[in-house]
Ligand binder design. Sequence first.
Ligand SMILES: *Cc1c(COP(=O)(O)O)cnc(C)c1O
Length: 708
Amino acid sequence: MPEKQNYGGLDAFRLIAALLVVAIHISPLETINPEADFLLTRVAARLAVPFFLLVTGRFVLSGVYAGETAAGSAVRRSCKKLLGMYAAAALLYLPIGMYAGHYDGLSFGGLLRMLVFDGTFYHLWYFPACLLGILLLCLLRRFLPARGVWAIAVILYLIGLFGDSYYGLTANVPALEIAYESGFSLFSYTRNGLFLAPVFLWMGAASAKMEPPKNALPNAACLLVSLLLMTDEAFTLRYFQLQRHDSMYLMLPVCVFFLYRLLLLWKVRPPQSIRRIAMWIYILHPAVIVAVRGAAKLFNRTDLLVENRLVHYLLVCLLSTAAAWLLTYCLNALHKRPTSPDRAWVEIDRAALRHNVETLRALLPKDCALMPAVKANAYGHGAVPVAKELNRLGIRAFCVACISEGIELRRHSVKGEILILGYTHPSRFHELRRYRLTQAVIDCDYAEILNQYGKKLHVHVAIDTGMHRLGERSEDTERLYALPGMRNLIIDGAFTHLCAGSSEAPEDRQFTLQQAERFDHVLDAWKLQGFDCPRVHVQASSGILNYPELVGSYARPGIALYGLLSREHDCNRAGAVLQPMLTLKARVAAVKELQAGESAGYNRAFQAEQPTKIAILSIGYADGLPRTIPGGAVLLRGRRAAIAGPLCMDQMIVDVSGIPDVQPGDTAVLIGRSEEAEITAYELAEACGTITNELLSRLGPRLERVYI
Ligand SMILES: *Cc1c(COP(=O)(O)O)cnc(C)c1O
């Protein structure tokens, strides 16, 4: 399975970058050693903002770079966000700026220059720069290929460079000086959205197409060398006093590129909130600086808290981080206002799953592991959350019906062996390897096709012992003999499926035991041949409950894991007490009174013979219920309400005549309890003319799933 790219390193560095920006504004080492301070704040810390730009480019502009038509929505979303942040930050600093006299005698041109280029407060230039850069690149990409945009971004950077740390050279050429000086009436520096941002944003955009780096060493070496060169560049420029400002260096893009590559290899997993915290540190730290100075003055400790720059820096970092964390925490809490599901939903009880796992485990010997069937979206319970919960309970093997189900689990980092019980088309064999999936050998012809793929594949051999569905016929020992010799098949296991395990009838029990005998016969034949199959499994739910003697290395419970049998009175010799996990609910959308003689629904299917009160529920056959449920009912306020006529696609009608106070917004229970009353999955399945397996596995994706 390809590792999902881990961006943890980038996220972690955001925090470091934010603290570097704080350093730029404080110069923590100045009183100790001005040279060291220059190295820290004018060289190393200059990587911070370009790093932020590059990461933004990576996640916002990669679609634009590739020329994708749908790329605009990501751009719009992030521009909106940046604008929001900029506005919030600008407002936050308005009082401080006014107090400091930043806005005194501001002309319209001055306001524009502040808003678009310089930022409304000194460090806020980042936001308009990022926005302007993004817009510029999108515009250019409309008319140019990605390479053309590259060229322009690089040229703009070079122009910026000669207005920044190389300005000393520029100023020697009178024509250039005039040009730049007129530019400086538009913007105070060239480190802005026009000259600095585009090259870093575009670099990030381009990086999405690059192979992720594999080795840290070459990247670290390149980073080190380019950092040394940039240090040399910066000190040289300073020595000759060429710098007008010190944000842009020739080596800066190179350094940032290798830093980025190196960070991609840093496999940490910081909490998600670290991104916001870093951004808030960036925004808040000047306010914290002001506050610390104010407080120091108040307590007469300016000598220690401000003039000692290092102490000042550490204090500001600490307080800014604390403030950013607090703010992020509060905003998260505000955003997470619990929304209740609005239309129709299933509630999944995790505790019941734990109970069922424990109950089933107790029925099996220690060396038999559970290999739960999480096919069909875990019988409607949600494959990924269920499998992840099972992972947490120590389960390391699963079965699914088809390859896409297996891939879905892998994409969500479900751990352990995943066996595909059904057919996989040869065009997808490469995905078996890519996602480390185990394929069932559904018969010997299929084994040959698998073997011909030419690369090793992990398989479990399915043996047909009487169900006559998938599996090679157990009688066909000749053909089964050939399997262990196939060089590309790694046979990890063999299994068979019982088809009458839930029946108490003597002939069915006999049949089941015969199935087991046939399976053993194949295993014995293989053993004689010298092949000892590593793992074997026979029992599904009914096998676990009724045939403890058929235990293998695995057991594959499906329906029992979800707390049910197929039918209420299915054989359960073990007497296991299972807990159903699923409750099905729907919202009452409207309540209506019908007069005698009126009808409701398509084809006037429901006829009110007397004055009748009906409720319309927001659930229909498109949610996975059958259209007709004869004799079916739902629960409302602890009372049963009969289903009135066939279901519509998205709604159903129930008769609530006997139930006072039913209101729009009420919750109707289709499976589960309401006060004293209960409708079990068995009851609804029976009314639907089917078994619980079908009823639950068909519950559709439109139903919200709530895990409790
Ligand atoms: C679906 C399935 C299971 C799980 O069956 P339950 O009766 O739900 O326990 C086990 N094995 C195979 C081969 C299956 O197809």
